[in-house]
Design a protein. Structure first.
Length: 749
């Protein structure tokens, strides 16, 4: 009985698949397929360009809309293909080769050049379109809808859990679309099986739709708005990671893995608002902060602080009381420092913020010369001012908004022989005292180290370079220093002699303190490193350094937040130094030789590059997790397809097996299928029985199969005992008769 019911359900499923489907359900399925595919494409956020996403979304949208048109299938496909061509022409960032009938006699070469420019957008657009066409036609029954939705959710869940991409919103969209789809499939099936009842039901649309809306709203609101509850049982991945001394982070933006023995929960990288107590570790946050279009590479300077407390940096009294110049767009910003002997280069920069964070300053290459525009306007809203001594372009706005865009011009000092021979000294004793200040209780071994490092140097610039080189070479970079080694209460002392590893705040603070210990006026600066300016070549695709080139636009991320050092030289002003291992200050190109002398390359073993630097030097190679996601997606899709089509695959396997059989062997094989099916239905052929004896007994127990069984028996005995040759046509006819009784033995009578 159960086997017969299962067979009938399967036959009913097959019949339902072949039955006509309501047009409204076909159109809705096309729309929901596009929504799910679009949501799932977000897993490629770190791989695709924004232009690629725009092309893919337009292809999905146009394809879904075309499915709504009352046209024949072939016409809809032609319309979709034509739309893809229009989308590529209008939305893809392609520079078309203009046609010149005089210069271009070879039209095939002209077409080939333009076709090459379509790479990779054409392939991606066609792939997205084919995936949409396949799944919109395939997902018409419940089990396939569930399978397709499950695969989308699995891909999103794995990507969200183990990559820096945040996909909760996409997951919610897929869940909502899947629920709507299942409800629609239920009503489409109801309409097909009970057309009269469906007609009556449509007369009450409010009673039909209101419960659906209420249930969906309740389900989605429960998932979106309930407070987060920590898990009672840890998942196996977390247990495995913690067993290896690591803990899995769940912060949006980094989602990195921090050592389990970390002294405290690390913060995320970014522009620091509190510098009074430095130390600890951090996790990288690669979310973008701004883009900078600049004709020269530079660091983007923010604030400077000169008072060292032994734990961190604060503004000195002179800095707190600095008289600010009022801001005016277009006016020249003066400096309090003498740069009369310096040769300078001009740098123009355009900043575009990628987030709505508030900063106390406007960033720029040092030293800022003028503010050209704010929010593409010739006027500035808000207050603030220019600090001629601190060289800070402070911005304060009572409306608590930060400029979305601004442009500035800076003048950087060339590091030439004149700088290297200049004195690092300030004529004003108050200034000299402020920039050589050190705590009275700083351990003496710090000052002794400074004197030892500079003893052999004859110039102040050489002393600064010696300190810089020492820090680069002897202290490895890490974003998670082992602070359990810290004994000294002084931040710099503990770094130099106890922890002996760290990140930019450790290096820069140490260099300022060591420079001041030998009377070099120095100050601590924070802002952002240059960022990345790599873009793909016009005919290339992401994947290798040879396919990338440098542009004049830099993407600056939270992971580029940085601190460095400035030392004052008479007649040249403040000169930047970069003591952090793995980093190099981008001195103006006209002073490449001097810059190389100022920032000697550290030994590879002593200066491992940071994650950000490694990313910049290696090109945007595909992250390893993308291959994992792709493998999981393909495996899940294959498993789901195999499960949904298990009956088709089984039949295909059987057909493949019987192709090698002769006609007589095929009839014997089909007879065995019938005997096995009868056994599952409660009719057993005993070992001592012939087929005739068994069939005659079955015919009495299943009278509704008597005629079919007698016909099968007659054909079998004809093949077995007549001695006449059997054709493949006879074998196929016999197989059809056997197939007619399979699964029907379960019902007595």
């Amino acid at each position: 009985m159960p086997e017969g019911r299962k067979a009938r359900r399967y036959l009913g499923l097959v019949q339902g698949m072949n039955a006509p489907t309501a047009r409204w359900f076909v159109m809705l399925s096309g729309l929901l397929t596009a929504v799910m595919i679009a949501s799932s494409l977000s897993v490629l956020e770190k791989i695709w360009w924004p232009e690629t996403f725009r092309v893919a979304y337009l292809v999905l949208g146009v394809s879904a809309l075309a499915e709504l048109l009352p046209l024949r299938r072939i016409y809809r496909i032609l319309l979709q293909l034509a739309s893809i061509g229009v989308i590529l022409y209008a939305a893809a960032p392609i520079e078309w080769t203009p046609y010149d009938p005089i210069l271009m006699d070879d039209r095939l070469s002209y077409l080939a050049d333009n076709a090459a420019a379509l790479h990779p957008f054409l392939e991606i657009a066609l792939a997205v379109w084919m995936i949409y066409i396949l799944f919109s036609a395939w997902t018409r029954i419940r089990i396939r809808i569930v399978g397709f939705t499950s695969v989308c959710l699995l891909v999103l869940a794995v990507t969200d859990s183990f990559t820096p991409i945040y996909l909760w919103d996409n997951t919610a969209v897929v869940i909502f679309a899947g629920l709507v789809w299942l409800i629609a499939e239920h009503f489409a099936r109801f309409q097909r099986d009970h057309p009269a009842s469906w007609t009556r039901l449509k007369s009450y649309p409010a009673q039909l739709l209101l419960p659906i809306v209420l249930v969906l709203s309740l389900v989605m609101a429960t998932g979106l708005f309930v407070p987060e509850i920590p898990p009672i049982i840890k998942d196996p991945y977390t247990v495995w990671k913690e067993a290896q001394g690591e803990q899995v982070q769940s912060f949006v933006g980094d989602k990195g893995i921090a050592p389990a023995n970390s002294s405290k929960q690390s913060s995320k990288s970014g522009y620091s608002r509190e510098d009074g107590k430095l130390g600890g570790g951090f996790n990288y946050d690669y979310s973008p902060v701004m883009t900078v279009k600049s004709d020269r590479k530079s660091y983007w300077r923010g604030e400077t602080k000169s008072y060292y407390t032994g734990k961190g940096w604060e503004d000195s009294e002179l800095e707190k009381n600095e008289q600010l110049m009022p801001l005016a767009v277009g006016s020249e910003l003066s400096l309090a420092w003498d740069r009369s002997a310096a040769d300078t280069v001009e740098i123009s920069q355009e900043f575009k913020m990628a987030r709505k964070d508030m900063f106390p300053v406007l960033f720029g290459a040092s030293a800022i010369q003028s503010l050209k525009s704010v929010n593409d306007s010739g006027s500035i809203s808000g207050s603030g001012g220019w600090g001629p001594s601190s060289m800070e372009l402070r911005y304060e706005n009572g409306q608590k908004t930060y400029p979305k865009t601004y442009s500035i011009v800076s003048e950087q000092t060339l590091v030439d022989d004149g700088v290297k021979n200049a004195k690092a000294f300030m004529d004003n004793s108050a200034d000299q005292q402020m920039y050589t200040q050190l705590p009275t209780d700083i351990p003496s071994r710090v000052a002794q180290l400074g004197r030892d490092l500079t003893a052999a140097e004859t110039t102040d610039f050489g002393k600064a370079a010696a300190i810089e080189t020492y820090l680069k070479v002897n202290y490895p970079y890490t974003n998670e220093p082992d602070t359990s080694k810290k004994v000294s209460a002084d931040f710099v002392d503990s770094f130099l002699f106890e922890i002996q590893e760290g990140y930019c705040d450790y290096y820069s603070s140490a260099m300022v303190v060591l420079a001041r210990s030998v009377d070099l006026p120095a100050r601590w600066v924070k802002g952002y490193a240059s960022g990345s300016n790599r873009v793909p070549t016009p005919g290339g695709m992401r994947g290798g350094p040879e396919e990338w080139m440098e542009s004049d636009t830099y993407t600056v991320r939270n992971s580029d937040a940085h601190s460095w050092v400035e030392i004052y030289f008479q007649g040249y002003g403040w000169i930047p130094f970069e003591p952090t291992a793995g980093f190099a200050y981008p001195y103006p190109a006209a002073a490449d030789d001097a810059a190389a002398a100022a920032t000697p390359t550290p030994a590879p073993s002593a200066a491992p590059a940071t994650d950000t630097e490694a990313a910049e030097t290696s090109g945007f190679n595909v992250p390893s997790y993308v291959y994992v996601i792709g493998g999981i997606f393909l495996a899940a899709a294959a498993a789901a397809a195999a499960f949904v089509n298990r009956h088709f695959l089984a039949d295909s396997w059987r057909r493949l097996r019987i192709r090698s059989l002769s006609a007589e062997e095929r009839i014997s094989w089909d007879t065995g299928r019938m005997i096995r099916s009868a056994r599952r239905g409660g009719l057993v052929k005993e070992d001592h029985e012939t087929l005739r004896e068994a069939v005659l007994r079955w015919s009495k127990q299943r009278k509704y199969l008597q005629q079919e069984l007698q016909a099968i028996l007659a054909d079998f005995e004809k093949v077995k005992y007549s001695g006449q040759p059997v054709s493949y046509g006879d074998a196929e006819a016999f197989a059809g008769k056997v197939k007619g009784v399979l699964g029907r033995f379960g019902k007595p009578g």
